[in-house]
Design a protein around this ligand. Sequence first.
Ligand code: 3H9
Length: 703
Amino acid sequence: MASEEALDAVRESAQSINDVTTYARVGTVAVITLDSPPVNALGGAVRQGLMDAFAKAEADPEAHAVVLACAGRTFIAGADIREFDAPDPDAPDLLDVLARIDACPKPTVAAIHGTALGGGLETALCCHYRVATPSAKVGLPEVALGLLPGAGGTQRLPRIVGAQTALEMMVLGKPVAASRAHENGLIDAIIEGDLLKGAIAFAENAVHSGAPPVPVREWSEGLSLPHDAELFARFRADNSRAFKGYQAPENIVRAVEAAVTLPFEAGMRREAELFQELFASRQSAALRYLFFAERQTARVPDLPADTPRRPIAQVGVIGAGTMGSGIAMNFLSAGIPVTLVEQEEAALERSVATIRRNYEISLKKGKLTQAKLDACMERLHPSLDMADLGEADLVIEAVFEKMALKQEIFARLDGIARPGAILATNTSFLDVNAIAAATSRPGDVIGLHFFSPANVMRLLEVVRGSATRPDVVATAMSLARTIAKIPVLSGVCDGFIANRMMTPRMDAAQALILEGPLPWEVDKAMVDYGFAMGPFAMLDLVGLDVIGWDPATSTSSTVTQVLCETGRWGQKRQAGFYDYDETRRPSPSPVTEALVREFQSRAETPPRRFSDEEIVERLLLPVVNEGARILEEGIALRASDIDVALVMGYGWPPATGGPMFWADTVGLGNVIGGLEAIGEAPAPLLRRLAEADATLHTWPEAA
Ligand code: 3H9
């Protein structure tokens, strides 16, 4: 058993293998430690370090076993995704490194803390044993990057846990807790207390037991678990949602089929083919792009990292409607007390009941414990008096979208909130500067635009007014992370980034049906592109009467106006663009079709057929054009922020990377040509970038 002193010796006397790898020996156990912040990803230096350190351990006559551990916050979190598009030509290939570890004749133990993910878990699977802290998680999440575990994971994991569990872990991509992994044999021991000490003791025991260690590649336990010929077909059918529109899940299933039916080496070859196919796909490129894009949004060039943050220990929310209730839940769940203010007692009670009901649903689904539910509800302080907001560090207003009402509330709040409190509006399109002007402290006012349902959607648009102070912006960006949101910084304009971007898509859809396609043909093309719902089904869901229709001024001059005038307001009337049955299942409406055909017959050009690609392009081009204007006006910091906003806020299909990613992949010259062909003037930024042979993603560095 390693003593504390011996462990200290490991930490102090370790020899350096390279910048990120050390080698030490504690008695008869070699300890290889990786230290490559932030997450010990398997970049070139780590791969080289592993190769050399395992060679050293093998050659060390005093070392009878090897422990692989990591410094910092986590075990290896995977292959280095940054290197995918620029591999280090001087470092050994990951598969060669893992083959070396796999072939080590001495017992090897991976000591896991934090998260062993992707290539990280695949490295651990090349060790004979895996031990972990109770809080560790392990998983193969490559599917989220449009990939499969390509370093032997698809072949080794099923050999331990069986095909069914391996499929679940890889296709759904969710990391599992150490306790669960211990139950299914993936983790050999949970180490309470010092992980390294426990791992060394485990390695010593393995040596003393005298049993020769068996590499996972030779295991048959998992493969002998009952699985029938139907397993794979059943898995595909049961998880059809995970498969829809994505290539990686199908390739993962095929790789596991190979694990079950082929010898190990042949299975590895099959895995490599299936991995390469995905790696070369546009889908994986898009998902990898989004991985970094999501992490990029919090970086604001003119806010130095040391910009002070204001402490947020108490939050106030004004308005207990659906939005206000959802907003409050974010803070309650993050452990921050909320005072929720509403004028009407009945509305306040309804909101408290809704919040409790939402938590109870999570409880039933096993996502929340009763204790956590009780703690969340205890943090909620309903109130009928705005004066109760005097102690709040942040107050978020979430009332109706009426400027006069918001200004009145902010003027009152100005007299109530303590000095230094952040005053936020959840407006989705009103002028944040005009709202700020109603107070004596516009520097403390900011927009925090949540998306509905506010407790679920991950986007938070942080709207910076012209007077908003830097520390207020920095606090809001950090706070987003506390409440598990992705912040996207927006300047002030009508609709900010996400809503403003979606308007041209809707307008383009309505214009397109005058040229030939019927609403359901447009919807089908967009659903096939990856959207959960097409624009016309979406309009029916929202209600045609609430998107700017006014019976007093309606002149039967658009299809939507006529539908509204004839009472076809959408799902709620069981009639809109579509007809709906009692279960709200849509079917194409002959009434709408006749109406659309009539409008088409009045158009200058005769209607024609459009391919799905043409329909998609017609709806995307104006969106990209708007995005370019948003960049040019300085509303968004970067093109990738726009993509993140649409993917997170509007369900834009992640596998497409978002409209700006799409534009760069088809080429800005083609985008300009497409816009001109439909009579839309391309934004000057598009021309400038195209002339410089640059892309939207190089803005603002380029052009
Ligand atoms: C793979 O392994 C393929 C193999 O099967 C086969 C190959 C042949 N690479 O998320 P965070 C950076 S595919 C490079 O904010 P957290 C990240 O960009 C990989 N960089 O922290 C960020 O940088 P910055 C399979 C990475 O605590 C910083 O680390 N693995 C990688 O919220 C902190 O990240 C995965 O898919 C990486 N692999 O979460 C795991 N991972 O500070 C992906 C992170 O400059 N990673 N970075 O913005 C994660 O899920 C989370 O990062 C993790 C930490 C849970 C680890």
